[in-house]
Design a protein around this ligand. Structure first.
Ligand code: SAH
Length: 348
């Protein structure tokens, strides 16, 4: 790949649509691009890797996204939800292991009303005032987001999935709209959440132009966190027959994201570790600076099955952290006990 493109991206944090497409279509993931991204990441975050304790607290979902294993129409999914006490118990274990951020993720489960979810959030913040609470429970009303924020939620993860409306329509039923998803993201931002967005890499029908549109949308949103991972097919979904996204494309895009958004918190995702056994290590080396080990009770881990062959569904949380620590160190970084808030320009 042309060195001058990488240099321009490093220096200016941007490229033209055509230049981005050139990298997406012809760039190699390991080489100058990765080195430039790693350099940028070290400038801002040094060798620190932030950990987020992921608690997958419900796999009930009212939506029917074509790619997702916990979609409403999947009658083979065995459904569960954790109680508030079970969620708190996960946090207690996590706090002892050094976690200072808890991510509550789930399907869009109407059982978790504002009242109930606010109580869960407030309970966590009361017991662990030194911790950040991140929610990832899909699209809700602005009013609902406001209440959750008032209850103490600090951050929110909501991937836009794809910025192109036509592509969005190929991944989702007509009941879901790309405009509403984007509106949710701007609502969350205006309410003072640290916001995370992102997209799947290699999702069915995705084109290089779609990916450029994703990068442009992220520039418009300017999120604090950006999560991307390869699409992985799930046998009990309409997309069962589609090929998975690749680690190489995901790694390349992590590097591009690091250069475009030097301060962003970018996770090396579980999906990346699923398509490549050293995917998360490679993700860190490509510019990612966050890992999100699973803190859910082992008995439910296999049930939160968004895609096939998901890793880390067997071990206890303590084992997961120990294993990750070794993996992170193997590529020259270190896990820190820290909330891991975004580093804004004024703080440097
Ligand atoms: N219901 C929440 C949480 C969704 S699960 C929400 O709407 O945000 C978190 C992410 O997993 C999704 O945003 C999606 O990008 C990803 N995901 C879902 N199915 C997937 C699959 N088959 N392969 C890879 N990633 C998937």
């Amino acid at each position: 790949m042309a060195r001058d493109l990488i240099e321009k991206l490093s220096l200016t944090g941007d490229l033209s649509d055509g230049e981005l497409r050139e990298i997406i279509e012809n760039g190699s993931y390991d080489g100058d691009l990765r080195l430039a991204a790693d350099g940028k990441r070290r400038e801002v975050y040094g060798d620190e890797v932030f950990i987020r304790g992921l608690i997958e607290f419900t796999n009930f979902c009212k939506n029917d996204c074509f790619y997702c294993g916990i979609r409403r129409s999947n009658g083979r999914a065995v459904r569960y939800r954790l109680t508030g006490d079970e969620i708190l118990a996960c946090c207690r274990e996590g706090h002892g292991l050094g976690f200072r951020t808890f991510v509550l993720q789930g399907g869009e489960d109407p059982y978790f009303t504002d009242e109930l979810l606010c109580a869960v959030v407030a309970g966590i913040k009361e017991e662990f005032p030194d911790c950040a609470v991140t929610l990832s429970v899909g699209e809700r009303s602005r009013d609902s987001y406001r209440r959750l924020r008032d209850a103490g939620a600090d951050r929110y993860l909501l991937r836009h999935e794809t910025a192109d409306p036509a592509h969005y329509g190929k991944l989702h039923p007509a009941s879901l709209s790309p405009d509403n998803r984007k509106k949710c993201l701007f609502d969350l931002k205006s309410l003072g959440y640290q916001v995370g967005s992102g997209f799947m890499v290699g999702s069915p029908y995705q084109t290089p132009e779609n990916i450029v549109a994703d990068l442009r949308f992220l520039q418009e949103l300017d999120p604090d966190m950006i999560g991307i991972g390869p699409f992985i097919s799930h046998a009990d979904t309409p997309f069962a027959g589609f090929a998975n996204g690749t680690a190489a494309m995901t790694l390349k895009l992590i590097s591009v994201l690091r250069l475009m958004f030097p301060r962003a918190l970018i996770p090396a995702t579980t999906a990346l570790g699923t398509v490549d056994p050293r995917g998360r290590e490679k993700g860190l080396a490509a510019g990612a600076n966050v890992v999100m080990p699973n803190l859910s009770p082992v008995r439910v881990r296999k049930l939160y099955e968004l895609y096939d062959n998901k890793i880390c569904t067997g071990e206890e949380s303590a084992q997961c952290v120990a294993c990750l620590r070794t993996r992170v160190e193997s590529v020259g970084y270190r896990i820190v006990t820290d909330r891991g808030d975004v580093r804004r320009a004024t703080q440097l």
